[in-house]
Each structure stands twice: as structure tokens, then as C-alpha cells.
Unconditional design. Structure first.
Length: 313
């Protein structure tokens, strides 16, 4: 745990640069945007939970994605909205650690979930006759447990390493708290944290990238070789959706993490790309999956119609 002195310290996040005339519109926009994110992700969660025809491995794995998205959005937006209203960018050290931890859990959770979904699609398309034998409920439970265990255990160690440090600076160089910006506050040698963080990046960026790269090459090869146009079209459509979501998160995450280690990168560019990780994936993920995956789209439509009819009655 942080020292008492560190716990009492108020840190200052990077200014939002919002003029007094734009405070109210920014507050309204931020609140509505956050509520839309929560609503869309909850809609996907509830639809998967209540529709029995969606109780399949692909959708059970997909169930974890909106959970991660809402976790990241909730770690970021409520404090941002409060900052706009209060016109203050102050945050306590424990609150900053908590925000950083949850945001990293969100990003890592998304990468691991998308990797598991890629593996599921690989088995479904490349080994269709063995799919039900491999992707059993027991296997699904193990995959989901391992995903969250890796996520939480690695990040818990990462942030426990911060407990050793006394803070000699209070200005966070980003618009939200994260591991690299917290390290820049420390007075002492941070080489252990840097090495662990580098290993963390290699493992949790390289691992999912390798899995998705291999599975998608095999899927593409199978799709090219198949003589069934409908099956090929459906496979490419589903996998294309996963690939768009993965690349959206991966490119932004890698750039942000590397930008913290390269002093020549303009801070404004790093901050913009960093914030985009918390703006676009949580907003676009449920929309992309809801529109592109036919079964999910139909189930969402039926669920909304059923609830609208019950309200009218």
C-alpha cells in the first residue's frame, strides 16, 4: 500500500482546456456519451444472457467484452464529468491508482477476450467436426478463468510495485491515470517497474497478436479452399468484425505505451491517442458486433420489440 504521505497527496491531471462557455455543453455531451456506452454494452450483455439461442461458445466469450468495456468507461468518464463540472483536475493518489488499475484491466481484458474469440472462430471454421468436442462448457469455463486470472494477477503485481515509491511530483502527464504516468511521479529508481512493464507489454501485446495472426491465417486459408460460398461469406464477415475491433484497440494501445518511452513524441498526440482507447472501443464494440453478427442483431431487435410492446400494453 502507498505511504500515508502519498495517500494524502492530491495529484493533478492534465488540463482539459475547456473554456467557461463550453463547460455545460461538455458536461452534457460527456454524460450522454457515457450513458450511451453503458446502455449499448448492457443491451449486448442482457441479450446474450436471456436469449437461449445465443448460449454458444462464441457469444459466451463475447459476453466478457462489454464487461471490460463498461469497466474502462466507468473508470474514466465519471471522474472526467466531475472534473468538467468542478473545473478541477485534482485526484487523490488512491483514486488515481484505482483508475489506472481498472483502465489497464479493461485494455488487457479486451485483448485476451478477442484472442479467445479468435481461437473459437479458428476451431469453428478450420475444425468444424471437432468443434463441439473441443469447445465444451468445461473448456469455456477454463478459458474465461485463465483470461481473468492472467489479467488480474499480472496487473496486481504491476501496481503493487508502485507501493515502494515516494512521490516527489504531483502532475500527471495524461488526461487520466495510467501506469507510465504514475511512474513519472516517483522520486526513486523505477528500473524494476520498467522491466516488468516491458515484459508485460511483450507478453500481453505479443501473445494476443500471435494468436490472432496464426488463427486468421488459418481461417483465411480454409475460406479460400472451401467450395461453399455462403459458409465462406459468413466466416469472413464474422472474422472481419473481430479483426476490426482488435486492430482498433491494438494500434492505439501499442502507440500509447511506446509514446511514453519516446520523449520526442508530442504530448498532445500521445494524449489524443491515449484517450481514443477509452472513447472508441467501448462505444463501437457493441455497435459493430450488434450490426455485423446476424444472430446477435436479430436477438437484440426481438428483445427491444418485446420490451416496447410490454411498455405500450
Amino acid at each position: 500500500m502507498p505511504t500515508n504521505a502519498s495517500s494524502r497527496k492530491l495529484l493533478t491531471l492534465e488540463t482539459l482546456g475547456i473554456s467557461a462557455a463550453h463547460i455545460y455543453p461538455a458536461f452534457v455531451f460527456g454524460t450522454i456519451f457515457y450513458l450511451i456506452i453503458v446502455f449499448c454494452n448492457l443491451l449486448v450483455l442482457i441479450t446474450i444472457a436471456v436469449c437461449k439461442k445465443l448460449h454458444k461458445p462464441m457469444f459466451i466469450l463475447l459476453f466478457n467484452l462489454p464487461i471490460s468495456d463498461m469497466l474502462g468507461a466507468t473508470a474514466f468518464y465519471p471522474h472526467l464529468i466531475y472534473s468538467i463540472v468542478a473545473q478541477s483536475r485534482s485526484i487523490s493518489h488512491p483514486a488515481c491508482i484505482t483508475q489506472a488499475f481498472l483502465i489497464h484491466v479493461y485494455g488487457t481484458g479486451n485483448l485476451l477476450t478477442l484472442s479467445a474469440m479468435a481461437y473459437d472462430r479458428y476451431i469453428a471454421i478450420c475444425c468444424p467436426l471437432r468443434y463441439n468436442t473441443i469447445m465444451t462448457p468445461h473448456t469455456l469455463i477454463k478459458i474465461i478463468f485463465v483470461m481473468w486470472f492472467i489479467n488480474l494477477s499480472i496487473l496486481s503485481v504491476l501496481f503493487m510495485l508502485h507501493a515502494r515509491f515516494k512521490l516527489c511530483r504531483t502532475n500527471i502527464v495524461d488526461l487520466y491515470c495510467n501506469n507510465p504516468s504514475l511512474l513519472k511521479l516517483a522520486c526513486e529508481d523505477t528500473s524494476v517497474n520498467n522491466y516488468y512493464g516491458l515484459a508485460f507489454i511483450i507478453l500481453l501485446q505479443g501473445g494476443p497478436l500471435s494468436i490472432i495472426g496464426y488463427t486468421y491465417v488459418q481461417i483465411l486459408r480454409t475460406c479460400v479452399m472451401t467450395n461453399q460460398p455462403d459458409a465462406r461469406r459468413k466466416a469472413i464477415q464474422t472474422c472481419g468484425t473481430h479483426l476490426v475491433v482488435f486492430l482498433l484497440l491494438e494500434i492505439n494501445t501499442v502507440f500509447t505505451l511506446i509514446a511514453h518511452r519516446i520523449e520526442s513524441v508530442f504530448p498532445s498526440i500521445r494524449r489524443t491517442i491515449g484517450v481514443s482507447i477509452l472513447v472508441f472501443p467501448p462505444f463501437l464494440d457493441p455497435i459493430i458486433y450488434g450490426l455485423k453478427i446476424t444472430e446477435l442483431k436479430q436477438s437484440i431487435t426481438l428483445l427491444l420489440r418485446r420490451n416496447l410492446r410490454s411498455i405500450k400494453l
